[in-house]
Design a binder for this molecule. Structure first.
Ligand code: ADP
Ligand code: MG
Ligand code: ZN
Length: 482
């Protein structure tokens, strides 16, 4: 995504808060032993518990709690040692129980934060709470028959809902926040973060207020956005729509809207429900969730270096630009790949250039993931080393890269090119040394003794121990000697 930023109004301020649902990567569902596997035939992973049969009792998935704790720790949240579940009652075909099991007044985590953006643009977004809950099934519309079916395979899969403070001030902020959450959960390995499969979905709340005003304006909530781009587009549309309403002297209606990605607009779904509409009450079939010291320790032990920390370490240790670090840590696999190149090449700067420009360029063109890269970190490192030593010009390095990416062995390519030094700066240095050491010959050459050129070339060859590329040497000598 390019850095295009919408024109924000200058008389109004945008206020955004997101509720992000993260599908937890557990083998079984939140309250039963059914598999969470995606893509299997409809209704093949169901049982009396997740189908909400009367009398079937839920049992909390311990692994889901651990993943929730990891998320809480990684966002510096306060962990509630005693939290509880609640029933959120509503009727919908994909919810056979008639209520969702979620957390209400005593969620697992509270008062966390997440940093988004970099450098000057960096800001902290508060996290109000993170709670555990279970997912609903999926309605599947068959355009051929005009019928709607329900697939309950997703019903009861564990989710963590991350509710942010209304701290974002533009659709771009919301986009960055989503990206940050995505990289956080994939780094932690607590979710696959697969957007197409709906592993990460968000509800975006947005309102406008006159600049300088303290109170928030009336918000609308755009439901169920499942791509980074859509968060931005939906919010841009919604900001524009609210702005039109307010400037025309009207009032924004508090309501729930839906993003129609084909038309790029949001449309009303229903007026906003209040918490009281859900008749929340404590879940009588589950005990209090007690987080023990051991559970805390296990969650802590499972934490890894997080993208934000890694970004800052890359800047510090490798002397890279903020932009480069940002791009490299965007996915854990990419960051790991890059560090493998650095370990083998010892040259962080050139390695970053090679990985970001050549490798990512080629992978993007082929729609490949870093894990599917046809070229290994060690091979990139070999090219980087040849480049650093002057054996390859940057132009030739690109060529070798392209051939290696196409499947040719790097070592052979490098051998074929030989050990000639083609780095212009390096050759220019030898040329200057030779010129400085032979003022007499230089004078005679300039007086017309053209034959001395061979002498100079020979001297440069000697200085470079035969490694300087003769063509380039000739050209630089001619430039220098006039
Ligand atoms: P619910 O949507 O379930 O009623 P909340 O009132 O807790 O829940 O708010 C949900 C989200 O809406 C939070 O992310 C919060 O930051 C955001 N939010 C609340 N008020 C506003 C507002 N006036 N403008 C924009 N976002 C808001
Ligand atoms: Mg909401
Ligand atoms: Zn089940």
């Amino acid at each position: 995504m390019k850095g295009e930023v919408m024109d924000l109004p200058d008389d109004y301020e945008v206020v955004i808060g997101l509720e992000v649902h993260v599908q937890l990567k557990t083998k079984s569902k939140m309250f039963c032993a059914c598999s969470t596997n995606f893509g299997d035939s409809p209704n093949s992973h169901v049982c009396p518990v997740c189908l909400g049969m009367p009398g079937a009792l839920p049992v909390l998935n311990r692994e889901a709690v651990k993943l929730g704790l990891m998320l809480g720790l990684a966002t510096n949240s306060r962990i509630r040692r005693r939290s509880r579940f609640a029933r959120k009652n509503y009727f919908y075909p994909d919810l056979p129980r008639g209520y969702q099991i979620t957390q209400f007044d005593e969620p697992l985590c509270e008062h966390g934060s997440l940093r988004i953006g970099m450098g000057e643009g960096e800001k902290v977004v508060g996290i109000t709470r993170i709670h555990l809950e279970d997912d609903a099934g999926k309605n599947v519309h068959d355009p051929q028959t005009g019928r709607t079916y329900v697939d309950f395979n997703r019903c009861g899969i564990g989710l963590a809902e991350i509710v942010s403070e209304p701290d974002m001030r533009s659709p771009q902020d919301a986009y960055l926040y989503m990206r940050e959450i995505h990289s956080l959960v994939t780094y932690l390995g607590i979710s696959d973060g697969n957007m197409e499969q709906g592993n990460l979905r968000c509800d975006a709340n947005v309102s406008l207020r006159k600049k300088g005003e303290q109170a928030f304006g009336t918000r609308t909530e755009v439901k169920n956005i499942n791509s980074f781009r859509f968060v931005k587009h939906a919010l841009e549309y919604e900001v524009g729509r609210q702005l039109d309403v307010l400037r025309a002297g009207g009032r924004v209606v508090q309501e729930t809207r839906m993003f129609d990605s084909h038309r790029g607009v949001t449309v009303p779904m229903r007026t906003k429900e209040e918490a009281s509409d859900y008749r929340y009450f404590p879940e009588p079939d589950l005990m209090y969730l007690e987080v023990t010291d051991q559970m805390m320790q296990e969650a802590k032990a499972a934490l890894v270096e997080l993208p934000g920390e890694r970004k800052r370490r890359f800047m510090r240790e490798y002397g890279l630009f903020p932009r480069e670090c940002e791009a490299l840590v965007a996915s854990k696999d990419l960051a790991d790949y890059y560090e493998a190149v650095v370990r083998a090449s010892g040259d962080p700067k050139r390695s970053a250039g090679m990985v970001l420009t050549e490798l990512l360029g080629a992978l993007n063109k082929d729609s490949l993931d870093i894990m599917q890269s046809p070229i290994k970190p060690g091979d990139i490192a070999a090219i980087v080393k040849a480049l650093a030593s002057g054996r390859l010009s940057s132009k030739m390095a690109k060529k070798v890269f392209a051939q290696a990416y196409g499947g040719q062995p790097v070592q052979r390519l490098l051998k074929e090119i030989g050990s000639k030094v083609v780095d212009q700066e390096q050759i220019a240095k030898w040329v200057d040394e030779v010129i400085a050491a032979h003022p007499d010959e230089v004078r005679r050459y300039k007086a017309g003794k053209q034959g001395l050129m061979a002498f100079f070339v020979g001297q440069v060859m000697k200085a470079s121990r035969g490694k300087a590329d003769p063509g380039i040497t000739n050209r630089i000598l001619k430039e220098r000697l006039g």
